[in-house]
Design a binder for this molecule. Structure first.
Ligand SMILES: *Cc1c(COP(=O)(O)O)cnc(C)c1O
Length: 445
């Protein structure tokens, strides 16, 4: 490992982060009570601490916090009590070592990736990705000298492995690709990552921990757009990054983790924080410098959303399954894609998901041209045309002209998108009303 002696006293004495809690309670209980444990006379509900600022008595204490020798809130860009409550609950639900909340899902993926890679490094990513993540990898990070190769998540292991380069530093994928809806073959990708000594990052936004806990299947870092099912009611933008604490950063490929950080008095993340080096580095460096922090108000709303996650997710999945079965038989529907109806999807649900449920998103093709798509959307009454997903209210979108409009035809195909595709985010309404609504709108095409 690094033989650089840590300068000054900081590195040797750095305190262990107080972010780990033993997850002894059941998942449903953690959804409601995890991460916030009020003492006598304190609020039963996680309070909104709308403060940027925290008070101290002496400069030595502040110095210890500023040099990562002690932990405590100092300024709400890097931590805040309400945000910390949300982070703790997310971490417990995922079974991780520690979590950090971010301003959005985009900020979460940016923070997770840039805490690991630097100019000259290479990323390997599944091609079925949320549109914003694709442009981040394929366009913006490229301008910073970070290149990404994309692979078909269903391709054989050997084919994916061929894309590994000496400078490859991470593998990225989405549990449920948005909007192709392929469920990651975790064993295959975790195997490649392990063999090459690089972390495996999984965006778990569309599945959530209720359906899938990626750390149990070899992921090292989990990211979220909390904007989706964590919020669940389309009120707030936010995200989270969870550290599995299960990756060895000292294998020689990650000098930023094993050499002193001069911006924190010579802290060596892998040595001073062996349980959650990644998370501490991400918070201490990336939140400090990039500033993509979550607001206390949004953390409060996400925390409230989590309290019904275990009740909402089954209903989203049951409604989506019933609507998918109906669409499968409809003469105006050319094809339907729902993980619970798809042979590979079913196999992966069986193997990797905590419940036999394919989630709340489905896609289908309208039998007809772009005008038929226009007529269908215009006639919907219960479902609405929205760019958002994972709301309690059902929404539809035409990805080829919206979220993925920047892609050429080959990129669209690789992302699992066709010109006739409608993406449906199935809500929590009575499914009979949804089926009737889709039926009348399809018949008007
Ligand atoms: C929405 C989404 C994002 C981006 O999240 P924002 O909160 O909108 O920034 C990233 N990944 C996936 C899978 C998403 O669905």
């Amino acid at each position: 490992m690094s033989k650089t002696a840590a300068p000054k006293k900081a590195a040797k004495k750095a305190a262990a982060a107080p972010e780990t809690t033993a997850p002894s309670l059941a998942f449903d209980t953690l959804c409601i009570q995890g991460g916030y444990d009020p003492k006598v006379s304190e609020p039963r509900i996680l309070p909104i601490v709308q403060s940027t600022t925290y008070k101290y008595d002496d400069i030595d204490h502040v110095n210890r916090i500023m040099t990562l020798q002690a932990f405590g809130h100092k300024y709400s860009r890097t931590s805040n009590p309400t945000v910390a409550g949300f982070e703790a609950r997310m971490n417990l639900l995922e079974g991780g070592a520690a979590a950090v909340a971010t301003a959005s899902g985009q900020a979460a993926n940016l923070l997770a990736i840039t805490a690991i890679v630097r100019a000259g490094d290479h990323i390997l990513s599944a091609s079925q990705l949320y549109g914003g993540t694709f442009t981040l990898l394929n366009s913006t990070l490229k301008k910073f000298g970070i290149e990404t190769s994309f692979f078909d998540p269903d391709a054989p292991k050997a084919e994916i492995e061929k894309l590994i380069r000496p400078e490859t530093r991470l593998i990225f994928g989405e549990t449920l690709g948005n909007p192709g809806l392929a469920i990651l073959d975790f064993d295959k990708l975790a195997g490649i990552a392990r063999k090459h000594g690089i972390p495996f990052i999984v965006d778990n936004s569309l599945a959530t921990a209720w359906l899938c806990q990626p750390f149990k299947h070899g992921a090292n870092i989990v990211t979220y757009s909390a904007t989706k099912y964590i919020d669940g009611h389309a009120t707030s933008i936010g995200g989270a990054v969870i550290d599995g604490g299960n990756f060895d950063w000292t294998n020689g490929k990650f000098p930023d983790f094993t050499t002193p950080d001069p911006t924190y008095n010579g802290v060596v993340y892998s040595k001073n924080f062996p349980q959650n080096a990644f998370l501490i580095k991400a918070r201490a460096q990336s939140l400090r410098d990039f500033g993509g922090c979550l607001s206390p108000m949004n953390a409060f709303l996400f925390n409230l959303g989590l309290e019904t996650l275990h009740l909402r997710m089954p209903r989203h999945g049951d409604n989506a399954h019933a609507l998918a079965r109906f669409l499968e038989e409809h003469p105006r529907v050319a094809w339907i894609n729902y993980p619970g109806l798809h042979p590979t999807g079913k196999k992966h649900i069986e193997k990797y998901f905590r419940h036999k449920n394919g989630g709340g998103i489905l896609t289908f093709g309208i039998a007809g041209d772009l005008d038929a798509v226009r007529r269908f959307v215009k006639h919907l009454k219960v479902a609405a045309l929205v760019v958002h997903i994972a709301d309690a209210r059902t929404g539809v979108l035409h990805p080829a002209t919206s979220t993925h409009a920047q892609m050429n035809e080959a990129q669209l195909r690789a992302a699992g998108i066709t010109p006739d595709m409608i993406r449906v985010s199935v809500g929590l309404e009575d499914v009979a009303d949804l089926i009737a609504d889709f039926d009348q709108a399809l018949n008007a095409t």
